[in-house]
Design a protein around this ligand. Structure first.
Ligand SMILES: CC(=O)N[C@H]1[C@@H](OP(=O)(O)OP(=O)(O)OC/C=C(\C)CC/C=C(/C)CC/C=C(/C)CC/C=C(\C)CC/C=C(/C)CC/C=C(/C)CC/C=C(/C)CC/C=C(/C)CC/C=C(\C)CC/C=C(\C)CCC=C(C)C)O[C@H](CO)[C@@H](O)[C@@H]1O
Ligand SMILES: O=c1ccn([C@@H]2O[C@H](COP(=O)(O)O)[C@@H](O)[C@H]2O)c(=O)[nH]1
Length: 361
């Protein structure tokens, strides 16, 4: 009941704050202007993520009895959101942002005392306990998830939809386990808080003006999701196994790791922004942004459903992990050759069309 009330409050506060923040977007330079890499039209207000954060923050403050862990989470998330908003307005260097993420990850993990305790029985030889490495692995996971959701935010609706898929799956897992009321409230609350943003982002009536989430929003979502995953997968009283978490955010995670590997192979900095992410590839292959959104979200839903089925039917963790590693290997292989494959298809199509025309004439 507390979770339902908190979620409702989060959604309502997010809607109100979206309306209130819009007039200030231009004044505080919180607008995204097109450039060589950013191909949208006009200056778009970057207030979607801020409204979701305000919604969750107020919803939690009013609706939930706060534990020290969740208080530290909200404090770190506030700093991250302010940092993201400053970056949205004035562009902060990627190195400084990475440094700030490490510090915030460390404050979250050491301050709350909560960290990833094990990887589970990933290779079938018994549970891999992390012991003293738990906090360090957790900080890496915080940085990983925070950047993964930032990187996927490149076409309308994508970051919002993939976040909703992960958050609603988490909410389902928390709802069927005992002792995870706060996790349920945060996952449902953030889902509700994202709805006004997502509707405006996709210009679903009554929203007419398009908005973006901004780095403030995408980093906050990744940060919240990894916190929920750490909360949900302790050694005692877990709501799910660690490997299940991987499937819930499979696409953003795999896209980030694969693009880092590709950049490193080319001798580039892994922090070099480009237009080589999965959504860019779909669009260069000729899909519209809406088609790319539908296809990628569908695949993300399949992955999350596979993770949930694995959890509910207790498919061995090593099987789930081996399947994940195979998906990663396939993804990396296909995307490394995507232009050659597409050129091959195109040549195939044009040869077929030419020969059909010849037959007709
Ligand atoms: C730079 C860029 O790309 N930019 C984009 C972007 O542009 P934008 O303008 O928005 O942004 P900027 O350009 O300004 O750039 C922002 C960039 C920065 C701030 C700098 C930082 C950027 C980086 C690239 C650095 C990232 C650094 C890292 C340290 C990340 C690496 C970390 C990891 C891979 C995490 C590893 C840790 C784990 C524990 C893994 C699990 C991870 C989780 C997140 C989740 C879950 C938690 C659990 C409870 C589950 C744990 C369970 C397990 C079983 C764990 C064990 C599993 C593993 C170790 C597997 C993980 C590994 C894989 C997935 C690999 C494959 C696996 C196998 C082979 C098995 O956006 C623009 C728009 O799109 C774009 O144009 C631009 O380019
Ligand atoms: O909902 C969205 C979100 C982003 N975009 C486009 O992607 C870039 C990404 O910006 P970053 O600052 O690199 O994160 C953004 O400028 C838009 O051009 C979008 O179209 N829709």
């Amino acid at each position: 009941m507390e979770a339902a009330g908190t979620s409702l409050l989060s959604g309502v506060f997010a809607l109100i704050s979206l309306r209130m923040l819009m007039p200030f977007a231009v004044k505080f330079r919180l607008v995204d202007k097109p450039d060589q890499r950013k191909l949208h039209k006009g200056a778009v207000p970057l207030v979607g993520g801020l409204s979701a954060f305000v919604g969750v923050f107020l919803g939690f403050m009013l609706g939930m009895p706060l534990t020290s862990g969740y208080l530290i989470f909200l404090l770190c998330a506030s700093v991250l959101v302010v940092l993201g908003a400053v970056d949205d307005a004035r562009d902060i260097s990627a190195k400084f942002r990475l440094f700030a993420q490490v510090v915030l990850g460390a404050v979250l993990v050491y301050g709350s005392g909560d960290s990833l305790e094990s990887f589970g029985n990933l290779v079938g030889l018994g549970v891999i306990e992390l012991g003293v490495f738990g906090p360090l692995v957790s900080i890496a996971a915080v940085i990983g998830a925070t950047n993964a959701f930032n990187m996927i935010d490149g076409i309308d609706g994508l970051a919002g939809s993939l976040s909703l898929i992960a958050l609603l799956s988490l909410a389902l897992l928390f709802s069927v386990s005992d002792g995870h009321e706060a996790g349920l409230a945060l996952s449902l609350g953030l889902s509700c808080a994202l709805i006004p943003y997502l509707m405006a982002n996709l210009r679903i009536p009554p929203f007419k003006r398009r908005i973006f989430m901004g780095d403030a929003g995408s980093m906050f979502i990744g940060f919240a999701i990894v916190w929920l995953m750490i909360q949900g997968a302790p050694l005692e009283g877990a709501a799910f196994r660690p490997v299940t978490a991987l499937w819930l955010i499979a696409l953003p995670l795999i896209d980030m790791v694969a693009i880092m590997v590709r950049r490193a192979r080319k001798g580039q900095s892994v922090m070099n922004p480009d237009r080589e992410h999965l959504h860019h590839i779909f669009m260069r292959a000729g899909f519209s942004d809406r088609q790319a959104l539908m296809l990628i979200s569908f695949v993300a839903m399949l992955f999350a459903s596979f993770g949930l089925l694995g959890e509910f039917f207790q498919i061995p963790e090593w099987v789930m992990f081996a399947a994940f590693a195979m998906v990663f290997a396939l993804y990396d292989y296909a995307l490394g050759r995507v232009w050659r494959l597409l050129a091959l298809f195109r040549r195939g199509w044009s040869t077929k069309i030419t020969s059909r025309l010849k037959v007709q004439s």
